[in-house]
Design a protein around this ligand. Sequence first.
Ligand code: GDP
Ligand code: GDP
Length: 457
Amino acid sequence: LAAEEGFDPDEVGDLGEAESGPLPVLAVVGRPNVGKSTLVNRIIGRREAVVEDRPGVTRDRVQYEAAWNGRRFKLVDTGGWEIDALGLDGLVAAQAELGIRSADAVLFVVDATVGATDTDEALVKLIRRSGKPVVLAANKVDGQQGEADAAMLWSLGLGEPFPVSALHGRGSGDLLDAVLDKLPQAPKQTFDGDQILGGPRRVALIGRPNVGKSSLLNKVAKEDRVVVNELAGTTRDPVDELITLGDKTWKFIDTAGIRRRVHQTAGADFYASLRTAAALEKAEVAVVLVDASETLAEQDTRIISMAVEAGRAVVIAYNKWDKIDEERRYYLEREIEQDLVQVQWAPRVNVSAKTGRHMEKLVPAIEAALEGWETRVPTARLNAFLGELVAAHPHPVRGGKQPRILFGTQAGTKPPRFVLFASGFIEAGYRRFIERRLREEFGFVGTPISISVRVRE
Ligand code: GDP
Ligand code: GDP
């Protein structure tokens, strides 16, 4: 999942557009060394980081221009002032106050590995007093491990902490989405800017050889192939292809690999598998093609598992539907029940690349899966749901004790990840039960979800 919410500097870049009005301003506030500069550099997509390993590097408040999803804003870095006679707290407060005063919203950065300190608490008071909207970044969450630390920062009372790793880019997409929610609207880009800055959604079309990948691709791309160069600002990547389906343009990953007939030589499987992994790495959603006219193969389930393990949204397309009769259909349903229970949540389309049957159902399925993949359940709603669930179906008593789910939060999206805090060990069966009920309640169509449990002593 390394690249999953990774931040692509190409998506922000320098816009070089004349300003058509004042841009909203975001102040980045936090104690020294929590990673403000690293985060600012991450957001503006520059590598010339003004980061040093010790606190107290002299630097003025610096303004940068940034953009996310086609919306531009100004970023004020309040960090890096020298510690002087004011003392640490006084100084941090003073610089934060200056930054906040000129801002439309505040990005408050806390080091999740350290937790909330007294200085952090003091800054919270200051931000509150300003009345400015605030987004809380729980920084230095370099891996899934740290997400529970981030959740502890709910205690600051600033709402949801967004786990990020300024250093690696993890989580910055979600964070920026939240920031933009708090900022007043900026002038939008013209020239189809949304598409370019946000980029077309990325689709990996995968499946074992001969299931019909290249036939399907030819069918959907028949008339609507977009010449990549026609879109301003996109760089040509010969292996990917932009295809307009419905009213949107989608980027199909590694179509060169799909179109090329791979010779069945020794090791071909291995290379096909590498290609699949590489395509999944770049994609947001996987359309897994299966030959419905043949018995499900171990290779089919393995490819589906690869997509799930890569944390991608998943759609399963059963191809060659023109070839199947009632009997085959009966057995196919049994095979799906038996071998694909783990992905019951994936939208299913029965298509024929040959006749074009149900091609129009592909896009709605892909969109549903992406929506599930990006779903965020507000914490209050999640906990109301967990409270009811735990009351109605308590965890079985073990060794005279009854472990309870105390509290939960959604730590991330793409795919949705939950952290639950419990009073004791939660059995695998009960975790699966919770996942099932989460899906019943909130949908999560087309997406894997992960649930990790932290036991609070
Ligand atoms: P500032 O003084 O608050 O602006 O913090 P800096 O950006 O200078 O970062 C302080 C230190 O924390 C530097 O050594 C950074 O490399 C490190 N750092 C920043 N962000 C992260 C992160 O996400 N993960 C880890 N592990 N270290 C980080
Ligand atoms: P790929 O290896 O996954 O790219 O599969 P191809 O697209 O090359 O298809 C393999 C074979 O299946 C070719 O002979 C296609 O004509 C055939 N084929 C693909 N889709 C369909 C379909 O929907 N119905 C039928 N009857 N044949 C299909």
